[in-house]
Design a protein around this ligand. Sequence first.
Ligand SMILES: Nc1ncnc2c1ncn2[C@@H]1O[C@H](COP(=O)(O)OP(=O)(O)OP(=O)(O)O)[C@@H](O)[C@H]1O
Ligand SMILES: [Mg+2]
Length: 235
Amino acid sequence: MSVPILDVIDLHAAYGRIEVLRGVDLAVPRGAVMALLGPNGAGKSTLVKVISGQKEATSGDIHLAGVHVRGARSDDLARVGLCTIPEGRSVFPNLTVEENLVLMSYAGVPAPAILDTAYAYFPRLHERRHQLAGTMSGGEQQMLAMSRALASDPALLLLDELSMGLAPLIVDELYETVARIAESGVSILCIEQFARTALRVADYAAVMSGGRIVATGEPGEILETMADVILGGAA
Ligand SMILES: Nc1ncnc2c1ncn2[C@@H]1O[C@H](COP(=O)(O)OP(=O)(O)OP(=O)(O)O)[C@@H](O)[C@H]1O
Ligand SMILES: [Mg+2]
């Protein structure tokens, strides 16, 4: 097997004295879409924060495409191809759609190319290019957040609860785009509380509970074995 795009090894992290990541082991194969599922408080967002350099680990290792990156700063991680869309999105509400996108050109991709990519994946953003981001619907803001992430030409995209607060139809639409982004060669780790649509586009799935990965496999296997934990009545 080739070197995974992301390899997390026995990772521990705590808030004060409360340990929240208690030995996380997780490998995302290059080019794959992996869904990381798990209930409220499992530690999913904490894992995202540690991988993306926003929170320190207490022990363990993180490798990105074979390079040791635990403790690296967010901007250095961006340079090696990691891009994160945190829980709750990340757009500038008082800037227009287009301004939000053009700002991302600081990372090196020219503005016209960023706009072309964004509008190709999300024609809706083109229609709304002069609208203030903060006045758009939640789904449209998530499209913008994804487009901003793509502007850095990532090798690995971390998506923390893409579906939060959105109607199922919009979530389906966003995940169809996730699948298209993956087809273009980007590896993707998508974090969700429930199975929902994420498993439909995922090549692999992992389940987190109590600060550990408690199951990994193909989506079908995970659904069968972990139905109680991950469906939670909201599939
Ligand atoms: N800044 C913080 N300070 C203290 N405790 C925190 C902090 N952030 C998270 N926690 C705690 O860490 C645990 C894991 O939280 P985390 O946000 O990683 O869970 P999650 O799996 O993302 O949950 P959800 O599905 O609700 O988003 C929870 O018990 C939470 O209360
Ligand atoms: Mg979370």
